[in-house]
Ligand binder design. Structure first.
Ligand code: ADP
Ligand code: MG
Length: 714
């Protein structure tokens, strides 16, 4: 840290001294509760409590009528009166039941405990306000253990109409730290520290966006004066949170571009031009052209490219990769393409070799099963530079693999390789190669922006022309006979079929049994010599896998029974039917990936999702989504809503999703706005040294310190 930074930090500390006070010093907390708050909620200091936000509010501004009630266990409040009270005997003890009426109907209030005391306190025919959860039983609405208040008192009470509900844990509830306790602590905190809440955003931004000032935003998030004030407070705090994340990510990106040198590929040479003019197997789609241009631009600069190439299955990423490799070659550099599985590496090798046929290029493949003699040749050729393009699996990461001059590293399906593994590829080089990460897992742009704000993103959002959309249906296991009939018909037409079983690690043994049972029964229903069946699973030796794959791709077998090993990248155009067994056990993106294995040829293709009758609501939504759309991005959006961003592949690597208040899915508009402003501000004043950005800089640096991005920067 330099002197200037240190000064700023000191200022910042003085500014927020009180907010640094350990939480147990707050009146009403003390050592025991302090310990609980630390352990259960991560609240260590005053400042943590201020930023501990409610996750919902109970709306006590609204009064329901009995005829408006719904059987959804929502918390509601009503005005009315009790007209009679009785004790009802039941198997397990008694319950006290009061009849409550308003001018639209009647309902029951029920108590299972405290009868005597309650009976005494209830007054008949006096206007009261009741509050609680409402359910319906035998078409009569009832509320158990309602909060009751006389209407006259209710009208005079001063509490906020919107009552915050804070996140809690079982331990906290059991130890008597209720929502009300937190509420009281919060009040105390505000009494003691309110003056310390300083503005964190520049004034012009607050004016321009009509943001609520920080101090009142914090106040209204905990003690909303009205629904309107609450909405403004939420907007302000969400914006702030997302804005600072974007500020960090974009800064990181700017610095990378400045600091991390790369090889500038300035020549568009013989190989590229020859291929482009004479050997393109088809016209590139506009999306492919655009993406290629983005990549060329990046690689033309003396800074390292770090680009994510997204494109749905079948969108044609391979040729983009190939042409980027030709650029590297024309500039005198080697390239590598790393795939997560041997099958995939093989397919890439075959595909790229085909594209390169007419060119004079040395392409080889290196995997775990490459023979020692061949391996030696590859190692030598890589080191002396005569091998131009190497395709492979993890085997490329071994220490023995040394490049003469690696200029471009392409990584297929990024979520299978960690960031660290990736950088192993170029530890050996002084100047790192350009990096292109290809993924068919569509990440919604909003999420990509926050996850990979430090990567550049290219999207192929257009499929090659002439593709017939895959028809998808959902069938129950009980309809299997019809599905089998459909398969026979398709096979009679000369097509091939995939049948995929789930194989999920935790229950691997059972799943494996499912797979083998399925294989046996399919073998019985589709017997030799009329039908031939392949099987493919992770426990097979690589050589056996390849042999089976080859049999199927050459059309020697009609059906491929497999686990998800075929999920990624496998390309067999004649396969037109994908049957997914126990489809309810797959996530949406996986279902979509599997479906992408068909629809690659000229024929109409089908995907059949087989499930049992018993389905959770989420499973139903997944099936419906798959049947409704082929659009990977739309599917990813639904997936994100069902699972939350934390579950998406690859997101674990990123600490940025640890959000306090914003929600990447719901608040995507705010995210976009925050990003636009972050870009604008950094364009104008990247080091944040203008006077109007002084606070911004201070807060930003504090954050960088916390999130450890500063290490990276200096
Ligand atoms: P993915 O993005 O899934 O890796 P591929 O690169 O394997 O997709 O391409 C899928 C199929 O589409 C391949 O058979 C490829 O030859 C073909 N293809 C790619 N681009 C085009 C195009 N512009 N026009 C026609 N066919 C194309
Ligand atoms: Mg591919």
């Amino acid at each position: 840290m330099n002197f200037e930074q240190r000064i700023l930090n000191v200022e910042l500390q003085q500014m927020s001294n009180l907010l640094q006070t350990p939480i147990e010093y707050l009146k009403g907390v003390g050592p025991n509760r302090g310990e609980l708050l630390r352990k259960e909620l991560g609240i260590h200091k005053y400042g943590d409590l201020v930023n501990f936000f409610p996750n919902r509010y109970i709306d006590r501004t609204r009064y329901y009528k009995i005829n408006e009630l719904q059987n959804n266990a929502a918390e509601v409040q009503l005005i009315g009166k009790i007209i009679n009270i009785k004790t009802v005997e039941q198997k397990r003890g008694k319950r006290l039941v009061a009849t409550f009426v308003d001018d639209t109907g009647q309902m029951e209030l029920v108590w299972f405990q405290g009868h005597k005391w309650i009976r005494e306190s209830l007054q008949l025919n006096v206007p009261i306000v009741i509050f609680g959860k409402c359910t319906s039983f035998n078409s009569v609405f009832n509320m158990a253990h309602p909060e009751i208040e006389l209407l006259s008192e209710h009208e005079q009470s001063l509490r906020s109409a919107l009552q915050p509900v804070y996140p809690s844990t079982e331990i906290l509830t059991n130890r008597g730290i209720s929502n009300r306790t937190i509420n009281k602590m919060m009040q105390q905190l505000f009494l003691e520290t309110q003056d310390q809440f300083t503005e964190t955003l520049p004034n012009y931004l607050i004016d321009e966006l009509k943001l609520m000032p920080k101090k009142s935003a914090l106040f209204n998030i905990h003690f909303p004066k009205s629904a309107e004030a609450l909405a403004k407070a939420q907007f302000r705090l969400k914006f702030e949170e997302l804005f600072f994340i974007q500020l960090q990510l974009i800064t990181k990106n700017l610095i990378r571009k400045h600091k991390i040198k790369g090889h500038p590929f300035t020549i568009v040479g013989e190989n590229f031009n020859n291929f482009f003019q004479n050997h393109l197997p088809f016209d590139l789609t506009n999306a492919q052209k655009r993406v290629l241009k983005e990549i060329r631009n990046d690689m033309g600069n003396p800074a390292q490219m770090n680009r994510l190439l997204q494109g749905d299955v079948g969108s044609g990423k391979t040729i983009v990769a190939f042409m980027s490799m030709l650029l590297a070659l024309d500039n005198g550099f080697q390239s590598c393409l790393m795939a997560p599985t041997e099958i995939l590496a093989n397919q890439h090798f075959i595909g790229l070799s085909e594209l390169a046929q007419a060119l004079n290029i040395n392409i080889k493949i290196l995997t775990g099963s490459t023979k020692t003699a061949q391996r030696k040749i590859i190692h030598e050729e890589l080191e002396n530079g005569s091998l131009h393009i190497i395709i492979g699996t993890h085997a490329l990461l071994e220490d023995k693999v040394k490049f003469q001059n690696l200029g471009l590293a392409i990584i297929d399906e990024q979520h299978r390789f960690g960031v660290e593994q990736r950088s192993k590829l170029w530890k050996k080089n002084d100047i790192p190669p350009h990096v292109l990460v290809m993924t068919a897992t569509p990440i919604p742009r909003t999420l990509a922006m926050s996850l990979y704000g430090d990567l550049d993103i290219s999207v192929i959002d257009e499929l090659p022309p002439g593709r017939k959309p895959i028809q998808t249906v959902h069938r129950f296991d009980s309809n299997r006979l019809k599905v089998w009939k459909f398969i026979r018909d398709e096979i009679a037409l000369g097509r091939q079929i995939y049948i995929v079983y789930p194989l999920i690690q935790e229950s691997e043994k059972m799943d494996f049994k499912d797979l083998m049972d399925g294989y046996e029964s399919i073998s019985r229903d589709f017997p030799l010599p009329q039908y031939a069946i392949s099987i493919l699973h992770g426990k097979m030796k690589p050589a056996d896998k390849d042999a089976e794959m080859k049999r199927f791709s050459e059309g020697k077998t009609n059906i491929m029974v497999a686990t998800t090993v075929i999920e990624v990248g496998v390309n067999i155009p004649n396969a037109s039917v994908m049957i997914i067994e126990s489809a309810e056990r797959f996530g949406l993106s996986q279902l979509h990936q599997l479906r992408g294995r068909v629809g690659r040829g000229a024929e109409q293709s089908y995907c059949i999702l087989m499930t049992s009758h018993k389905l959770s609501n989420d499973s139903k939504t997944r099936m419906e989504t798959m049947v409704r759309t082929n659009d990977g991005f739309e599917i990813a959006e639904v997936d994100l809503k069902l699972r939350g961003p934390g579950d998406l592949m690859g997101t674990q690597q990123s600490g940025v999703l640890n959000l306090q208040i914003a929600d990447i899915v719901r608040d995507r508009d705010i995210l976009q706005l925050a990003r636009n402003y972050a870009v604008k501000i950094l364009k104008d004043d990247a080091p944040l040294i203008k006077p109007e950005h002084a606070t911004l800089r201070a807060v930003f640096m504090e954050l960088c310190k916390k999130k450890n991005i500063w290490n990276y920067i200096s």
